[in-house]
Design a protein around this ligand. Structure first.
Ligand SMILES: Nc1ncnc2c1ncn2[C@@H]1O[C@H](COP(=O)(O)OP(=O)(O)OP(=O)(O)O)[C@@H](O)[C@H]1O
Length: 637
């Protein structure tokens, strides 16, 4: 019983101490015994507690005294009436007039004992060692021939030449006291354990936590609270409002209402507080205030934004990146800028490479959602089932292979911001239904989940296809079409705004580290003869190739014309691809047959040179022309 706890018995009776010690150790209880006068008992007990003793036991008067004066619980080992009777019975033939000492008050029923055993009894009541000594001395003077009691009464009487005995508590009394001491130690341990865990939990929070009683006095607080309030200790016992000027705490204590996210100040710093009443039954017993500096929330907010940014969910381009001063482009920019100010869904139609995604970025950045996420999804890039879980997320265990903890879904990541659904015309009929449901309800239902999450997302979608025609053909739902195309813009193909080509080339060349003068006016006009089925993307790729190859070329070579010719050749092979303009339209317009034949010759020469490691004589020999002709043809003479 109670092996791991430590107990101490404080008494001024050596006799009782020995009995208690024997009893405790026989049961394996760790017991320290300290003899002390009543006057010394308090500091001795305090010293024992400080040294790690769990529970103090005190004998008779000493026990009662300690119980009154110590903050910690004290178990007293007090004699019972039966213990007195047993002692009186033992000495009844040897004594005529017996004094019985007792601390603080007269022991009841002594008359009964006197009558029963036919002896005279004199009670002695004392509160201090001096009173006890004086009482015994006076009793002896008045004819007492035997003194019984606890503590030092036996020794004092004997010193005064009188007989004396100690009333020893029975085993049962000692046993009960030991059990009580162990119970106290156990319940103390369990509440200390609770407190330690609670304190640990409170101290590991990033918020300051302060608990106050119904008068607003601080009962407890965590270290973060002390940190925030710039105080060393935890301020228990102080009035909360002396630290944090939270008017609402009175309101919470008065009305019992929970006040979340309130701003208050201390030491010129702003804090966000949440104050919650604590009720016991229906009475308000106090309140708990949780608070953190307002700057902390800002840090979290910017961390969140950074996280979203790191994952690439931000819009990179603005309207200034959308180059072109043609009437077409100016009209498009004007219209789009107006649309950006609204929150309505927008559909962008345009051939590949016309800048649909660029425009989606610009629309987001020019609108009220600019500081929120921008999430771009290519709907044609993923199989249907995967696209669904990518868009709407899923809950843990939704399907085999589902990630632990589930997945948020791009719609949720775009919450408050914009989602750009590229190639929207290509989504399946099933996905069209789900998308429609989300757009109508502004809520996300996760795959395999029961959660419904409200969202606010602006949808910008795009396709090279004519969506209205897709609806007519029955491939796209009309209801979804209307949801997506509240506003719509069409980006004209590059061939319809060839006047933009020099400006676009200028910017692209500049990005590649070259001047726009790298191309001559004649070359610019050559570029405008091509149909550009791949639009600006194709133009950018061509320029890239051009600046790379240009370095090895003769100054007057026809590199640009040759590269254009290659484009024509390769686009001829792409005739079947619906996303291009077709081979015929890729042919150079306004270029004579002679020039075209020459370009073709140059292309053959270049390819043979490449095959022959630039060996000109071998190339000339293989092509059946002289080296001189080869030179001439290369220079375009
Ligand atoms: N008007 C423009 N000004 C400057 N750059 C442009 C313009 N239009 C397109 N681009 C550039 O061309 C490339 C293709 O643009 P983007 O990806 O936006 O086209 P898209 O229409 O979305 O193409 P796809 O339909 O194939 O996805 C990008 O590098 C983009 O920056």
């Amino acid at each position: 019983m109670g092996k791991s706890y430590k107990f101490a018995f404080v008494s001024n009776s050596e006799t009782i101490s020995k009995v208690v010690y024997r009893h405790a150790t026989s049961q394996g209880i760790s017991m320290v015994v300290r003899l002390a006068t009543m006057e010394d008992a308090l500091p001795v007990a305090q010293e024992l507690i400080d040294a790690g003793i769990n529970v103090i036991l005190g004998g008779g008067g000493t026990g009662k005294l300690l119980r009154q004066q110590l903050k910690q619980p004290v178990v007293t080992i007090s004699r019972t009436h039966f213990d007195i009777l047993r002692t009186l019975f033992r000495i009844r033939h040897a004594a005529k007039y017996v004094a019985i000492t007792s601390y603080g008050e007269i022991t009841e029923g002594l008359n009964l004992f006197a009558d029963l055993l036919n002896i005279r009894i004199k009670p002695i009541v004392f509160h201090s060692t001096q009173e006890l000594t004086d009482g015994i001395s006076q009793a002896i003077d008045s004819g007492v021939d035997y003194v019984i009691g606890g503590g030092i009464c036996m020794e004092t009487a004997r010193e005064m030449g009188c007989r004396g005995s100690t009333i020893i508590p029975s085993s049962k009394v000692i046993q009960r006291a030991l059990e009580e001491a162990v119970n106290i130690a156990e319940s103390q341990h369990s509440s200390q354990k609770h407190a330690a865990w609670l304190e640990g939990a409170l101290d590991s929070l990033h918020e300051g936590i302060v608990g106050v009683d119904e008068a607003g006095t601080i009962l407890f607080s965590n270290t973060k609270a002390a940190d925030f309030l710039n105080t060393d200790q935890k301020n228990e016992g102080s009035i909360f409002t002396d630290f944090l000027n939270v008017i609402q705490i009175d309101q919470v204590l008065r009305n019992g209402e929970y006040i979340p996210d309130n701003i208050c100040s201390f030491d010129n710093r702003s804090f966000v507080t949440n104050i919650r009443p604590i009720r016991i039954n229906s009475d308000i017993d106090g309140a708990i205030a949780a608070f953190r500096p307002a700057t902390y929330l800002r840090t979290i907010d910017s961390k969140l934004r950074k996280h979203v940014k790191n994952r690439g969910f931000t819009a990179k381009y603005t309207f200034t990146d959308l180059i072109g001063q043609s009437a077409n482009m100016r009209a498009l920019r004007k219209r789009s800028q107006r649309f950006a100010q609204t929150d309505a869904n927008i559909f962008i139609q345009g051939e590949t490479g016309t800048g649909k995604e660029l425009l989606a970025h610009a629309l987001h950045n020019a609108g009220s959602r600019a500081h929120e996420p921008f999430v771009a999804v290519n709907c044609a890039a993923l199989p249907d089932s995967l696209l669904e879980s990518e868009l709407f997320g899923y809950e843990e265990g939704a399907f085999t292979g589902a990630r632990k903890g589930g997945k948020e879904g791009l719609f949720l990541l775009a919450n408050k911001g914009t989602i750009f659904l590229d190639e929207i015309a290509d989504i399946s009929a099933l996905l069209q239904v789900r998308l429609l449901r989300v757009l109508e309800s502004q809520e996300i239902f996760q795959v395999g989940g029961v959660r419904v999450i409200p969202i606010s997302v602006r949808v910008v979608s795009s396709s090279w296809k004519n969506l209205a025609r897709e609806v007519q053909a029955g491939r796209f739902r009309a209801d979804l079409y209307y949801r997506l195309t509240t506003l719509n813009v069409q980006i004209p193909p590059l061939r319809d705004r060839v006047e933009d080509i020099p400006e676009i080339c200028g910017v692209l060349l500049h990005r590649l580290g070259f001047s726009s003068h790298l191309l001559s006016p004649a070359e610019y006009s050559l570029l405008s003869t091509y149909a550009w089925p791949g639009n600006v993307r194709e133009l950018a790729a061509l320029l890239h190739r051009y600046v790379l190859l240009k370095q090895d070329e003769e100054p007057n070579s026809n590199l640009l014309a040759e590269l254009l010719q290659e484009l024509i050749d390769s686009s001829a092979q792409l005739t079947a691809t619906p996303n291009t303009m077709g081979a015929e339209s890729s042919l150079l317009v306004n270029v004579s047959l002679k020039q075209q034949v020459e370009r073709h010759e140059r292309k053959i020469i270049r390819q043979t040179l490449l095959k022959n490691n630039q060996n000109k004589s071998l190339t000339a020999q293989q092509l059946g022309i002289s080296e001189h002709t080869l030179w001439r043809k290369m220079k375009g003479e």
